[in-house]
Structures are given as C-alpha cells and as structure tokens.
Ligand binder design. Structure first.
Ligand code: ADP
Length: 464
C-alpha cells in the first residue's frame, strides 16, 4: 500500500484512479440531482393531490349539505375536520373581497390572498411557506374555498436527502478511490514485471522472460506477446552469432591454406615450374574465397527482400527447365550418370529467371555431386492444381534423417562433406530455400541413406 503513494513512479495508476473518481463523482452528482429533483416534484404532486381531495371533500360534506357557515360542529363533519387539522391542513372560505369568513386548522397564519383562478400558489409568512389551493365556491356563493398545508415537512425530507448525499459523497468517493487504486495496482503489476525483464535484457543475454501466469487479458496478452518476441529475437540473435562464427571459420580455412603455400614457396628458391604450380594452387584457394564472398553477398541481398517486386515477369518454366537439363547433360555424361528430364509443357510462373536458374542448377549440381557413377538423376515438373511442382530426384548416397532439419541453414554441411573435394561452403541450399520463399513457394526434401534424395520445389502457378 505504501507503494501507492510514490506518485511520480505510479503515474498511470494515479491517473487511472483520478479519472475513475472524476467520472464517478460526475455520475453521482448527476444521478443525485435527478433523484433530488424527482423527489421534490413527487412530494409536491402528492401534496397537491391531498389539497385537491381535501377541497372536494370540504365542498361535498360541509358546504353543499350543511350550507353556510360551513364549518359548524356537527357529528358528521367533526371527525373529518379533526383528522384534517391533525394532518396539518388548514381550510378557509374567502369572499370576493378577500375577507376570510370561516375556516378551520391554522388558517389564520396563511397570508391573505385574493385568488384570480382555480389553482395552486406558494405563500410565505413568518418563515413558513404554505402551499395553497384555491377553488371557487359552487352555486350562488361568490367566494373561494382555500385549502393549505405547510411546505416545511416536504422541505425537511428534501434537506434530509441532501444532507445524506453530502455526507455519503466523500465516503463513497474515498471507498471507490482506494478500491480503484488497488485494482489499478493489481492490473498493472505485470507491467512492472515487464519493465524489470526488459531492463534485465542486455545485448548478450536474451534468456530472460516475463513468464506471466494469469488471465489472458490485455496485459496478459502483452506479456505473452513480448515473451514470444523475445523467443524470436533470441533465435535471430543466436543465428547471427553462429553465422559470424561460421563465416569466420569458412574464411580461415582457405586463408590458412594460402598462408601455408606462401610460407613454403618463400622458404627456398623455386624453379619457374614450381612457382607456377604454387600460383595455380593459390588461385584455387582464392577462387574458393571469391565463391564464398559471392555466395554470402547473394544470400544477404536475397534476405533483404521481403518478396519479389510485383512487376516480376512471367516465366515459361518448361522452357527454362528443358534448357537446364540440356546444359547439365555433358557433366552427367562425364560422371556416367543418367540425367532424365520429364517436364510438362507450358508451365508458367511469375518470378525472376536469374534466381530460378540459380535454384534449379544448384539442386541439379548437388544431385550430380552426390550420386555415384551409374546412378540416375531425374528432373520432373508438372502442374498440381494452382501450383507448379519441380522435383530433382537422385539415386545417390542420401542424407541421414538427423541432418535433414538443418539442411537449409546457412553454412550447414552434412558430416563428411566438409572435407570432401566436392564440398562447398554450405550456402547453396540456404540460397535455394530463400529464392523459393521469395517466389511465394516452398522447398522441401525427402531422403533415404544409400537410396537417394528428392528435393521438391512448389511455386504458385499463373492462371492462363
Ligand atoms: P554445398 O554448397 O556445400 O553443397 P548445400 O547447401 O548445397 O552446400 O548443401 C548442403 C549439404 O547438403 C551438403 O553438405 C551435402 O552434403 C548435402 N546435400 C545436398 N544435396 C544433396 C543430395 N542430392 N544428396 C546428398 N546430400 C546432399
């Protein structure tokens, strides 16, 4: 509770409570004023009815039957009159000049007034206000019957209500204020946790989480959304960290080889033929470095794009794939691999032909690299509903299940491939998957060790 009153730190709580109290006070004032006015109106209406009923009773019982003077004592009227006096009513008869000629109750205290029409009037005399009802006398009697009652009891009831309201207001507002502050504090407590967690997160430690346990209200949803965001950030952060380490590692291998070659070359004098040999080796390593740098640059450009520009052209995939198959045929023949193309005609997609070339050639190149002589590589393509499916299937060495989930990660190579002469930098499939994503498609893999691998590319087709 003490914490509530650190105002500058609790501004949202205090502001919420202040608004709540202000609105409550406004609602209370409006409602109470309405109640007060309605009560006063209904009390006056009740009084008016009593006055009118009394007037008609007086006319009926005393004046009409008994004749004037109206208020003589007789057994029938006596009881009624006493009852009326007891209830505080005063009745009087006034002639046309305003002179009272008879009455009962405290009628003398009511100021004299000459009515002009039937109805009600408020008259004040010696701090007492009277509600007076005047009605002309019937028949030949020219004069007025006036029935009056003091407005004091009505005023007392109204004042009592007003006093109750004035006393109750601060009490209700304080209860509501403390209640509001308590509720605001409870509702906003997770936000404190969020702030503390955010403060604890540094560029090196993304492991902190809010770990909110409670109802899935707005604050709860904010906490879980932030936790999920932190998960993604941590994942991205770790990916970047691995990426830097992997890139450094990939760069170090050819650089170390280059340094070693140069060291050996400088250790003694060499014949021109030996120097040429060394330079050729160095060129190979430098080419490897260039390939790596190009691959990284290409991948980073692809990753910067969210999607292909909407003006990307329509591509006749059937023609493109047939050309690739022809292009790879000599390489397959050298490796004694049977390269087969089964391509449906007229397959159209929207995309970038350069990117697609890179993707499919990479898959074909991988298939040829990992298939022993005498094997078979098949490039297939067909329409599947509104999608176009391209598969590259080989009868090669296959990939163990444990490696499959990471195959499309940057720099990922299957164990053993790293040392092989065929081994690249492990960027090919990461680039291919990124190109598929940019085209709104997917790239997936299915593989069985020693039986072969199938890569499946699905792309959205274009309706003719
Ligand atoms: P790299 O450029 O090093 O070949 P990739 O990203 O293209 O990298 O491939 C990643 C790994 O996947 C490679 O190390 C390779 O071992 C494996 N791989 C890719 N295609 C095939 C395939 N058709 N058959 C068996 N292994 C494959």
């Amino acid at each position: 509770m003490v914490k509530f009153f650190h105002l500058e730190r609790q501004t949202l709580r205090v502001r919420l409570t202040a608004w709540y109290m202000l609105l409550l006070a406004l609602a209370l004032v409006l409602f109470s004023s309405y109640l007060y006015l309605q009560l006063e109106k209904s009390l006056i209406a009740q009084l008016d009815t009593t006055l009118e009923v009394t007037a008609s009773q007086a006319l009926d019982k005393t004046i009409k039957r008994e004749g004037h003077p109206a208020f003589q004592n007789n057994s029938e009227s006596e009881g009624t009159t006493d009852r009326l006096i007891k209830t505080g009513l005063a009745v009087r008869l006034v002639d046309v000049c305003g002179t009272m000629w008879d009455g009962f109750g405290n009628y003398a205290a009511i100021p004299a007034v000459l009515p002009t029409s039937k109805g009600y009037v408020n008259l004040t005399a010696r701090d007492t206000t009277w509600r007076v009802y005047s009605q002309p006398l019937p028949g030949n009697d020219r004069g007025w019957l006036q029935v009056a009652e003091s407005l004091e009891p009505t005023r007392e009831v109204s004042e009592h209500l007003l006093a109750l309201m004035l006393l109750g207001f601060p009490l209700m507002l304080s209860i509501a204020g403390f209640g509001g502050l308590f509720l605001a504090d409870r509702a906003l407590r997770p936000i404190d946790r969020i702030i503390r967690t955010a403060q604890a997160i540094s560029s090196k430690d993304f492991t902190q989480r809010i770990g909110y346990r409670g109802p899935a209200d707005e604050v709860g949803r904010l906490a879980t959304t932030l936790d999920r965001m932190l998960d993604r950030l941590q994942e991205a952060f770790e990916r970047e960290r691995h990426f830097t380490a992997d890139a450094a590692h990939e760069l170090r291998t050819p650089l170390t080889a280059i340094k070693g070659r140069i060291g050996v070359a400088l250790s003694r004098s060499r014949t021109p033929a030996e120097s040429e040999n060394t330079l050729q080796d160095l060129e190979q390593e430098v080419n490897r470095l260039i390939r790596l740098a190009n691959g990284l640059l290409y991948l980073s450009r692809l990753e910067q794009q969210e999607q292909l520009p909407s003006f990307s052209q329509g591509v006749d995939l059937s023609n493109l794939l047939t050309a690739f198959a022809e292009q790879m045929q000599p390489l397959a023949q050298v490796q004694h691999i049977h390269l087969d193309a089964q391509i449906a005609p007229g397959l159209l997609i929207q995309g970038n032909p350069d990117y697609l070339t890179n993707l499919v050639l990479n898959l074909l190149d991988n298939a040829l690299k990992h298939t022993p002589p005498g094997g078979r590589v098949t490039l297939r393509s067909q329409q599947q509903g509104d999608r176009v499916e391209v598969t590259v299937q080989d009868t090669g060495i296959g990939i163990d299940d444990q490696y499959l989930p990471h195959l499309f990660d940057r720099f990922y190579r299957v164990e053993g491939a790293r040392s092989r002469s065929t081994g690249g930098a492990g960027l090919g499939l990461a680039i291919s998957a990124q190109i598929a994503r940019l085209h709104g498609g997917t790239l997936s893999v299915r593989s069985f060790v020693d039986r072969g691998t199938t890569f499946m590319l699905q792309l959205p087709g274009v309706r003719r």
